[in-house]
Design a protein around this ligand. Sequence first.
Ligand SMILES: Nc1ncnc2c1ncn2[C@@H]1O[C@H](COP(=O)(O)OP(=O)(O)O)[C@@H](O)[C@H]1O
Ligand SMILES: [Mg+2]
Length: 380
Amino acid sequence: MTNPFVYGKVARGECFADREREIAELSSDILSGQNVILFSPRRYGKTSLILEVLDRVRAQGVLAVYLDLFKVVSEEDFVAAYAKEIARLCGGGIRAALNRIRSLLPRLIPKVVVKGEGVEVELEFEFDLRGAREPLLDDLFEAVAVLAREREKQAVVVFDEFQEIAGWDEGERVQRQMRAHFQHHAQVAYIFMGSKRHLMQDIFQSKNRPFYRFGKHLPLGKIPEEEFAAFIEARFKSTGFQVEEGAPHRILEITENHPYYTQLLCHVLWDRQRDERLITADHVALGVEEVLSREAHAFHEIWEALPLRARQLLVALAREESPQVEIYSTKFLRRHNLGSASSVQRALERLLSEELLERVDGKYEFTDVFFKRWLRREFT
Ligand SMILES: Nc1ncnc2c1ncn2[C@@H]1O[C@H](COP(=O)(O)OP(=O)(O)O)[C@@H](O)[C@H]1O
Ligand SMILES: [Mg+2]
């Protein structure tokens, strides 16, 4: 029997919990052509959520394109990846798709790639980079809208980890060109997702940037406790486990409802108890110990690489009861003898840039709830 809890890859189907409100909101945005900027810290479940939404709107006839910019490291990559998705949208037989793509993207040379045993055929693209890029990008950025118009359907294009574009789009040339096209597409909703707060803010909230105020902002939070607890219980029970009352809430208390760390802890618990098929609060505590001892080595290395001030700040934060803390409050600074607000500033910047801390609603929290636990255990 396989473990019903997954982490480190997108949660689909049965592995996906709740998010009904967000699914409804995003679906209706897509159907009405509303552009959305979806932000959350890493591993909160953006990708899982949007793929679930895309499955649902596809079933309603919406043309959907999903592009992960994390895997794109240059403009050439971007063009090839986008073109490939457009080819996928064209659908039909390979010959029909080829013809369609030739007229939509006349400057690209499609190449048919046969994968596996010849059952799966994919289109890949080659193009001459010495030629002018603008016309090529013009075609590319119009293609989805053209298809949507042709078929009289709504369409959606998702750019996951959009902030990564800043790495190769020098002078924002590509972004400017994107905006120039996208803003005229009433039938296409564009969704930009990202997990690096300051980069996303720079892109969408700076007046002089091409995507300034391009869509509605939708910050994604954690999964509500009741729904998540019910999900955990149901997943255990579906594999014949008994779950002591209160155990799911104990799990969520430890993981602070963080989607990824919750799945991770549940995964470990399931493996530990696969013979006994029972989860009690005691088992939860043992599972946490297991996670901590697995990670201890990595945590030690992180710790050793940090300057003193940063360490002090981390320990102070780990000691706090609530998950989120207002670092600059006098109360906090005093309680932990941290000195002045300005001296804390640099330590904070370091911890944010290493992604050990994250800013959430103007406060700060640990990216990794188990790192916080480890600090608590070691230093308090
Ligand atoms: N709705 C959900 N239900 C259950 N688990 C989830 C859900 N969303 C996210 N997760 C868990 O969190 C992990 C990270 O999700 P992911 O979608 O990759 O986040 P992001 O794209 O924000 O980094 C998943 O591997 C899964 O373990
Ligand atoms: Mg993601």
